[in-house]
Design a protein around this ligand. Structure first.
Ligand SMILES: Nc1ncnc2c1ncn2[C@@H]1O[C@H](COP(=O)(O)OP(=O)(O)OP(=O)(O)O)[C@@H](O)[C@H]1O
Ligand SMILES: [Mg+2]
Length: 386
């Protein structure tokens, strides 16, 4: 398009966008914990969580992967200004490792002088090396035996350090991973934690079936240990407002674009942010007609190798179920679905869905089941169409 009048330059001409790029920062964020200005809504959840943390009841929060559990709990804790220790159970390898990692976190919260005397009274005294320059600490129990004793001493230390006026909050992230660490650990942990009265424990989990088994099965040591809080997606209208506000200054079609983003991401917090981030990058470069489509294509092709590798690990029934979920609106256990995708019986379909759900490839949704990653869904659709 030619236009000689500078003041009337159309938006999609580069110089204007380059100017904009220098002025603006991509307002979306994905992949790590979010807080303001990236955090949206969750007003009711925040209030409820803060109120539980103010009580003597422990909290168990579960949702599928990347719905925003860690972001939400950290925001609530920040708002009530309480000391927190967060331990990701996925990276714990043994009871001793658990004890060592917790001790390191304790040291970050409390000066060494304060914990020194307690350490001396441990039944297995740890070796503590402090780097005098960086103040980094290295703690080791020098033994892989007696992990239960190390664990008990460290947890009881946390209890001693917590006080009524400044109650500690201890968050175990991805708690279901405890089932992969040591067999008796769940039992031991429960028998220690139940005596701690000045701490709020928070258990986060992303595998619903495991979390339910840990906290809802009456044979499990953590049976009914706290308040079970299932976290849902961010409501559509709030996400819509959030997107529109951030896209308004780079596109005239911001309303339509926001709708398209949510339609594709199905309001999944992480994927919505991921797509919005890429759409913004497209738009800041140039105001194109189909930024959502372009961004989806780019993200899907970026993950092509991963998707292909994942696909090749699946058995035939899993593949059929995923193809069906990607391309049809019918419920996966309905006769028509089984017939259309040539799946032998509803019990075969059911066990495949359960397996795919456990592995995090499929999530339970209001309307049945959906493929967790919308880009993977798109990848399947594209492969089938070619
Ligand atoms: N309240 C929110 N507002 C906007 N975006 C959010 C919000 N909560 C989460 N997100 C998006 O989802 C992503 C994942 O958030 P977070 O890591 O807190 O989730 P999680 O449930 O703890 O994930 P995981 O299962 O990997 O532990 C964030 O990086 C962000 O893009
Ligand atoms: Mg998390």
């Amino acid at each position: 398009m030619t236009n000689t009048n500078n003041s009337e330059k159309p938006r999609n001409e580069k110089p204007r966008n380059e100017k904009l790029r220098n002025k603006l920062k991509n307002p979306f964020k994905f992949g790590s914990i979010v807080d303001n200005p990236y955090f949206t809504n969750r007003v009711e959840e925040l209030e409820q969580i803060k109120s539980i943390l103010d009580s003597d009841v422990h909290l168990i929060m579960m949702s599928p992967r990347r719905y925003g559990k860690t972001s939400l709990i950290m925001k609530a804790i920040k708002e009530i200004n309480r000391p927190v220790i967060l331990l990701d159970m996925q990276v714990v390898t043994s009871e001793v490792d658990f004890a060592e990692q917790l001790l390191k976190k304790i040291h970050k919260l409390f000066p060494y002088e304060k914990i020194k005397t307690f350490l001396k009274s441990f039944r297995i005294v740890p070796t503590v090396l402090i780097n005098p320059i960086s103040d980094e600490i290295n703690i080791s129990f020098n033994s892989n035996k007696s992990g239960d004793i190390a664990l008990e001493d460290v947890l009881n230390l946390i209890n001693k350090l917590s006080s009524k006026s400044k109650r500690l909050i201890v968050v175990f992230d991805e708690f279901q991973a405890i089932r992969k660490i040591e067999k008796r650990m769940e039992n031991r942990l429960r028998s220690i934690l139940q005596h701690h009265t000045d701490i709020n424990y928070v258990f986060l989990g992303s595998q619903e079936s495991l979390i339910r088994d840990i906290f809802e099965n009456n044979k499990s040591p953590f049976y009914h240990f706290g308040y079970l809080f299932p976290l849902s997606k961010i409501p559509e209208s709030d996400f819509q407002t959030y997107l529109q506000k951030r896209l308004k200054n780079i596109s005239k079609r911001y309303i339509e674009i926001s709708e398209d983003i949510l339609k594709f991401s199905k309001k999944h917090p992480y994927y919505t942010q991921q797509l919005a981030f890429s759409v913004w990058e497209e738009l800041i470069h140039e105001e194109i007609n189909n930024p959502v489509e372009i961004a989806i294509g780019k993200i899907a092709s970026y993950h092509d190798v991963d998707f292909e590798r994942m696909w090749n690990t699946l058995n035939r029934t899993d593949m059929k179920i995923l193809i069906g979920l990607a391309t049809s609106k019918n419920l996966p256990l309905s006769d028509i679905f089984l017939q259309n995708y040539n799946i032998g019986s509803s019990s075969t379909a059911y066990s495949s869905i359960m397996k795919l759900t456990r592995e995090g490839l499929v999530n339970k949704s209001q309307k049945g089941y959906e493929i967790e990653d919308p880009f993977f869904r798109q990848w399947i659709i594209q492969k089938r169409n070619f």
